[in-house]
Design a protein around this ligand. Structure first.
Ligand code: ZN
Ligand code: ZN
Ligand code: FE
Length: 763
């Protein structure tokens, strides 16, 4: 009966095509175009075989590309004709595992609008069920133990589906077809409310009790998607202050969560791009300008004009924040950890570690396999600028044109991420944290093992930072020795430059001018670098200019105390420590005396060209911030004060390859003594750096004609500095690369390390 025009076609699709409703999508397309055959998951993607008319098959192929489900991402689609097999219908057939193959796993995604609708629909069987999800939404990466992505290999394996869920799961036309975390109140995870180890309430009662406690100003630990949060009423100063005290976090801002966009509009001034980001399926924390009328307690973000806000991203969060008279509009939702430790995700560990912070716990029994923090982003010039890349974005890989060797890059000390590469894929891990305690190290090691297993990567090259004492570098050394692999040590700022190039898909060998401004990174001359003008590519770099070396007496202690850096800069410039100057007043007589002798005798005073430390010094000099209780505080507070309308600036001299700040320091002090307002002085300092940058770039371009500039390093998270620099560099006809997929801070370093290691070993 086979009519002559029936032909066959084999199709392979690669990318994020599992756990995102891809097979039912193919199924419905096959119905539309009257095709017979089958579709199945493999360990590397999705495989399809169809029989039908040539015209319909070509329409089918077009539709796969044009109509793919929202969470999917097609990296590659291959098709080849084959002999028709006489299939009578179209079927979804069992998965086909292949040894050594792999497939990208979808990040965790926020609840979709269909599920949200059902959540609040009293006639739906999942009405107010905190774990409602479908093929378009819900947990993914945080519950996956291994691939292929099927229920037995997720943390949902212990929940036995009820008959109704099973039916939905098996029906190709249902929007929960093969939704691995499918669940309902009958068969799925449950919540409960716990005080002092004792269960007080379950299900809806637990939720209502949690809301009561929050409304009364209590602090709750709440188990979420990728870990635990600590929550309290964001408009209650006493509650926020108490949370700071118990968490031992003095001034670092807390993130907030709101039920919907309308609520955020009452507390922040939003532009359309920021709204889009807030509503995106990734639901990151977006740094927003605080509305003057906002009732959010000032203790949430002391001396800042921004608030970090995210929308409720799981059904549990929506239920928790559901608007009601007298209930707080915004909750503080900060990582459930002690200051500087990684986010808790295991129940026993969380109960133990958070016991002293939380008055009560809102818990559930769906295990978290991989801890993932909330992501943080900012909008710069209408484009997403990542600060912390985690939930919603990781482990989404970046793709590159030329295949890469299997590489493990271990990243750096602060804001650690690691990176694993395979073929055309670069897997930059989610945010791990500051590698300064055992907990974070454990999280880092577990993460590497998990990614290696999930993506079937056996590294053949190890890359790490030049600094031998970082825990991440030590791990790299051990791994290289143990597995007998080559180890490549990479200079920190070269890695920043390469990270920015990789972020922008830069694949030409042409050198780029890198303006790499950050806090700390070991240089090849053993000094601490951080105010660097490099010219380079993945293969190598030349150091063109840098901030003149200034002592950093005591090393890390001066990174914590901007006042010390201010005095060091004054000493270097030959300016007396007059007692009217704020940083002089901030340090006691004994500390100043010790500092003076340390500087004079060069004891334990590494030399630094750090731009971050220069921002610290100026912030202290202007009396804005003398102690950093969190990284970048002095610079952030100075940016918050700066008057954006001020156009004045101070000269910075360039002598040889050195940038000299003496004249600027003299002028700032003079203007300060003349009573010029601090916001004007703060702005002039920012403008001075902008002018300097343009001048340095012109120098390089005049010398060798290169006119592409990459801006990387944590200092560029300063929005005032970055937007003004972008304007001026564009005005001077430079092409400017900034970050938009990975952070400019050290969270992007591992990507740069991997790309450099690849370039160096490709020969
Ligand atoms: Zn959904
Ligand atoms: Zn069920
Ligand atoms: Fe850095």
């Amino acid at each position: 009966m086979m009519s002559p025009e029936i032909v066959g076609c084999k199709i392979r699709v690669y990318g994020i095509v599992q756990g995102v409703g891809f097979r039912p999508f193919i199924f419905s397309l096959a119905q539309r175009y009257q095709l017979t055959g089958w579709v199945r998951n493999t360990s590397s993607g999705v495989e399809i075989e169809v029989n039908g008319s040539e015209k319909n098959i070509s329409l089918f192929l077009q539709a796969i590309r044009n109509e793919a489900p929202p969470l999917s991402r097609i990296d590659q689609l291959e098709s080849e004709p084959c002999t028709p097999n006489g299939y009578r219908q179209f079927e979804i057939v069992a998965s086909q595992p292949e040894v050594g193959q792999f497939i990208p796993v979808s990040p965790d995604m926020s609840i979709c609008s269909d599920c949200q609708h059902e959540l609040f629909d009293p006639y739906n069987r999942r009405f107010r069920y905190p774990f409602i999800n479908c093929t378009n939404c819900g947990p993914r990466f945080s519950i996956v133990r291994d691939i292929p992505y099927d229920r037995p290999l997720t943390t949902m394996s212990s929940f036995q589906m009820c008959a109704q869920c099973q039916k939905e799961y098996e029906n190709p036309l249902d929007r929960r077809f093969h939704a691995q975390p499918i669940a309902c109140p009958e068969c799925g995870p449950k919540i409960w409310f716990q005080v002092n180890g004792e269960r007080r309430a379950e299900s809806e009662d637990a939720l209502q009790l949690a809301r009561q406690w929050l409304q009364q100003g209590k602090i709750l630990a709440i188990k979420g998607l990728g870990g635990y949060h600590l929550a309290c009423d964001a408009t209650n100063s006493a509650a926020v202050t108490e949370l700071r005290r118990r968490k031992r976090r003095s001034e670092k801002p807390f993130a907030l969560m709101a039920f919907d966009l309308q609520t955020v509009r009452r507390h922040c001034i939003l532009n359309p791009e920021e709204e889009t980001l807030l509503l995106s399926p990734q639901k990151p924390i977006v740094l927003l300008e605080r509305h003057p009328a906002s009732a959010v307690a000032l203790e949430v973000a002391p001396r800042q004009q921004t608030l970090g806000v995210m929308l409720a991203y799981t059904p549990l969060h929506l239920l928790l924040l559901e608007p009601a008279p007298g209930f707080p509009e915004l909750l503080v939702m900060t990582s459930g950890n002690l200051s500087e430790e990684p986010i808790c995700y295991e129940d026993e560990e969380a109960l133990q570690r958070l016991m002293t912070i939380a008055d009560a716990f809102l818990l559930h029994d769906r295990p978290i396999h991989m801890r993932v923090d909330d992501s943080v982003v900012r909008v710069i010039e209408g484009v997403r600028y990542p600060i912390r890349r985690a939930r919603g974005y990781a482990p989404d890989p970046l793709t590159v044109a030329e295949p890469l060797s299997p590489i493990l890059a271990t990243g750096t000390e602060l804001k650690n991420t690691f990176c694993l590469t395979r073929e055309h894929y670069v897997f930059l891990s989610h945010h791990i944290g500051d590698m300064q305690n055992y907990e974070t190290l454990r999280s880092f090691e577990e993460g590497i093992i998990h990614y290696q297993k999930l993506f079937r990567i056996q590294p053949e090259i190890i890359a790490c930072d030049l600094h031998p004492d970082y825990l991440a570098s030590r791990y790299a050394h051990q791994r290289a020795e143990q597995d007998q692999l080559p180890l490549i040590q990479i200079q920190h700022h070269h890695a920043h430059l390469a990270a920015c190039l990789g972020d922008n898909g830069w694949d030409s060998g042409e050198p780029v001018i890198g303006l790499i401004f950050d806090g700390t990174g070991l240089g090849t001359d053993s000094a601490i670098w951080g105010g660097e003008v490099l010219l380079g590519n993945y293969q190598g770099y030349q150091r063109y200019f840098h901030l003149a070396y200034t002592p950093q007496p005591g090393g890390d202690i001066s990174a914590r105390k901007p006042a010390r850096m201010a005095l060091s800069h004054l000493w270097q410039a030959g300016i007396d420590w007059e007692t009217d100057l704020p940083p002089v007043q901030a340090l006691c007589y004994e500390e100043r005396t010790a500092l003076r002798s340390q500087l004079g005798r060069q004891i334990n005073s590494p030399m630094t060209s750090s731009m971050g430390r220069l921002f610290d010094a100026i912030s202290a000099l202007l009396g804005i911030c003398q102690v950093n209780t969190y990284e970048g505080q002095a610079a952030i507070e100075m940016e918050a004060l700066a008057d954006p309308a001020e156009m004045g600036f101070y000269p910075l001299e360039i002598q040889g390859d050195q940038i000299i700040t003496n004249a600027m320091l003299h002028q700032i002090i003079g203007d300060w003594r003349a009573g010029i307002p601090i916001p004007v002085l703060a702005a002039r300092f920012h403008n001075s750096v902008v002018q300097l940058v343009v001048e340095l770039c012109l120098h390089v371009r005049n010398g060798n004609g290169h006119s592409t500039v990459a801006l990387s390093g944590g200092v560029w998270q300063n929005r005032l500095l970055l937007t003004k620099t972008l304007q001026e560099l564009k005005r001077a006809k430079f092409t400017v690369l900034i970050h938009h997929r990975v952070p400019a801070n050290d969270g992007g370093i591992a990507l740069g390390q991997a790309l450099i290691a690849n370039a160096l070993t490709k020969g």
